[in-house]
Design a protein around this ligand. Sequence first.
Ligand code: SAM
Ligand code: SF4
Length: 332
Amino acid sequence: MSGGLLDSRGRVARKLRISVTDRCNFSCLFCMPQKDKIRWLPKDDILTYEEITRIVRTLVSMGIEKIRVTGGEPLMRQNLEELISSLKSIDGVKSLDMTTNAWFLEGKAQALKDAGLRGVTVSLHSLKRERFARISGMDALPRVLRGIDRALEVGLRPVKINSVAMAGYNDDEILDLVEFAREKEVALRFIEFMPLDGMGAWSPDRMLTGKRISEIVSERYRLVPRGRELGDTASLYGFEDGRGELGLIMPMSQPFCDDCDRIRLTADGKLLSCLFDTAYNDLKQVTRNGGSDSELADYIRKCVYRKPAGVAYMPWVKKFWEKPRAMYAIGG
Ligand code: SAM
Ligand code: SF4
C-alpha cells in the first residue's frame, strides 16, 4: 500500500493517537466530571491488541510515523506492554510514546521501557495534594510523583508533563509547576482547557490562555521563544539560563488546525480525523466483517480525506457544542 494520508485541504496525517480504553481510575473535572453517569464501552466493542496492531500496521503503511498511546487511562489495560511490543515491531514506526495519569507508572515503567516505549507524558495539574485530589478525583499526588521519578530512572525519554491550565483552579501554580519541571529536568506543557469535558462546563472564562500563561511565567523567567514546528501542537520556549523547556498548547486561542497531522483511533475502533470530527468512522465494521487490508486502507483513506477544517474554523462559543464529547472517550 502506498500514498500519504491526505485530506481535502492538503494536510497529510503522520501522527496517530491510540486510545486503548475509555476507562479511567481518575475523574478529572475537565475530562470526566460525572463519572457515576458514564456508560463505559462494552467489553466486546473494545479492540483487542491484535486488532489494534493490524489497524496500525495498515496506517503505518499509509504514512503514519509517530504513535502515542493514550486513553482513558492506558495503563488500565492489562499487560499494555504486550501491545507496546507489537506496535514497536511494526516497520516504519519512528516513535512510540504514551500519555498517562501515572497511577500505575511506578510499577509499569520498566516493563514498558523493555517493551520498546520511548517516552512518557504525565498529566500533572497541581503540586498541592488536596487540590490534585479535587481536580482528578484521586488522592494520588505522591504516587504520580513517584511514577515520574521511576520513568526517569528506567530511561524513558522524553519524560514530559502535561498540565491543563484552568482559571480559578491552578493558575496560581503556574510558576511552581515551571520550577518543578526545571528541577526534574523534564519538559512542561500547559494545555488550554478545551470544551471536551463532556458536560458543557467549559466556558471561555474558565480557560487560561497561552498568552496569559506566558505572561505569568515571564514575571519570573526570561523566556526564549523557539516557535512551533509544523504539525506540532506546542509552541516552545527555552529559559534564558538554558534549563528546561516550556510548551504552550493553545488549541483554542491559537489553533494549529491548518497544519494538523494527527488522527485518532478510539478504543472501540473509530477513526477520528479530528478531535471535533462528527463522523465516527468505524474501522471495526471493516475488520470484523472480513475486510481485507486493502479494503481497510481504502476506508481509512476516505475517512481521512473528509477531515474537518478544525476548531480554528468553529465559533468557539459554548452553545456550539450541543452534545459535548469528553476527552476520555476520544483519547487526548
Ligand atoms: N489518562 C491519561 C492522562 O490523563 O494523561 C491520558 C488520557 S487524557 C484524556 C490525555 C490528556 O488530555 C491529558 O494530559 C489531559 O490532561 C488532557 N485533557 C483532558 N481533558 C482536557 C480538556 N478538556 N482540555 C484540554 N486537555 C484535556
Ligand atoms: Fe482520566 Fe486522563 Fe481524563 Fe483525567 S484526563 S479523567 S486521568 S483520562
